[in-house]
Design a protein around this ligand. Structure first.
Ligand code: SF4
Ligand code: SF4
Length: 76
């Protein structure tokens, strides 16, 4: 499934939503997502996560629990 973007820098899987503006690029969510849903934009001057395999998300919510900056939230 293709990820969706909106004008507020929010990206989604079927279960979770991420606000990219809050991302500090620590990569904890990326390394801990069991389904490798999360990827990164890792330029020196521009770093944040991306959702690369939204359709693989199983809704475990590990990303919500692990992110220190509250980037992820449950999709409503
Ligand atoms: S854990 Fe949070 S701050 Fe760290 S890379 Fe993931 S979304 Fe960004
Ligand atoms: S809910 Fe689980 S599977 Fe989906 S992106 Fe977060 S950590 Fe990965």
């Amino acid at each position: 499934m293709k990820e969706s973007f909106d004008v507020l820098n929010k990206i989604h899987t079927p279960y979770v939503c991420a606000n990219l503006r809050k991302c500090k690029a620590c990569w904890k969510c990326m390394y801990n997502c069991p389904e490798k849903v999360i990827g990164k934009v890792g330029f020196l001057w521009h770093k944040h996560i991306v959702i690369k395999n939204a359709g693989n998300c199983i809704g475990c919510k590990k990303c919500i629990r692990i992110c220190p900056y509250g980037v992820f939230s449950e999709k409503i």
